[in-house]
Design a protein around this ligand. Sequence first.
Ligand SMILES: NC(=O)c1ccc[n+]([C@@H]2O[C@H](COP(=O)([O-])OP(=O)(O)OC[C@H]3O[C@@H](n4cnc5c(N)ncnc54)[C@H](O)[C@@H]3O)[C@@H](O)[C@H]2O)c1
Length: 314
Amino acid sequence: MGTTLITGAYGQVGQELVPILTRRLGREKVVLADIASPPERFRDYPNHRLDVTDRATLEKVISEHGVDHIFHLAAILSASGEKNPARAFMTNAIGTHNILEAARELSVKKVMIPSTIGVFSRETPRRNVPVNTIMKPRTMYGITKVTGEMLGNYYFQKFGLDVRGVRFPGLISYSAPPGGGTTDYSVEMFHYAVRKEKYACYIDRNTVLPMMYMPDAMKAMMALFDADINRLRFHSDYNISAFSFSPLQLEEVIRKRVPGFTVTYAPDYRQEIASEWPETIDSSDAARDWGFRAEYDLDSMVDDMLMNLTKKER
Ligand SMILES: NC(=O)c1ccc[n+]([C@@H]2O[C@H](COP(=O)([O-])OP(=O)(O)OC[C@H]3O[C@@H](n4cnc5c(N)ncnc54)[C@H](O)[C@@H]3O)[C@@H](O)[C@H]2O)c1
């Protein structure tokens, strides 16, 4: 694996991916780029202030470092995208097109672009959704992420560019804060529980959504990166899944470990987004083609989150 560029490197996913790639490649071969400035612990990496909508600067960074691989994580997520749809379109659709064009022109070997369950919609089956299904998203995030998937598949078919991606469910992690998605409530609930505070949830207590613990998400992305291309029947749109829960179910599992923890429910505009998404996802194609398997279930994820956040609070 050669020099690797991460765009959106300081977000929830990027902050987890940087140490994984550093262990494989060493710090000098992990090039970080984000529109934001780097957190203290990433200042020693090669890093660039980069807006992915700026193709000229993007190409300069790729050339300067002789980039072999790109993990394109820069994005505006679902809830933030509904507040600023024009920015979401520019970042997610134009930014992704810029990445693919730059990768094609500058002979980048492989591009990883995560997608999302936000590509689905109320027309999609509610349960056990397969990879190929009806997708008519109504959020700018969903629209631009479907576009990203289709562009990725197009660049593979038309230009032979190796583009791969998984559709992440809502991601739960303790190190970096989530960045404006609809499932952020699940992470927030843990922080309130550890501080022994009451949490006000903006999603209805009974809305079930697919979720995954970050270590499984990272393992999945790296397994797809390493997979033999001849075994891939899909490219930019692999479903992956671990477990599903409603806010009420999460509240109850946390309360078993944090007695007295309470949550109130006042759904806001994000409920409309959540209501469009399915409850469970079929990840059997990822299992068959590149061995995907999630290790954490709801209970083991909750135990690990509480242990790590309690340590951090001390
Ligand atoms: N976190 C989740 O629950 C989740 C779920 C499904 C899919 N995903 C996907 O995973 C990827 C990473 O998401 P994340 O959770 O880390 O998001 P995030 O919001 O936490 O981080 C995104 C990063 O991109 C940067 N960024 C925004 N606009 C930019 C621009 N124009 N140029 C360069 N950088 C820019 C932000 O500063 C931020 O650091 C995205 O493709 C997202 O769609 C995430």
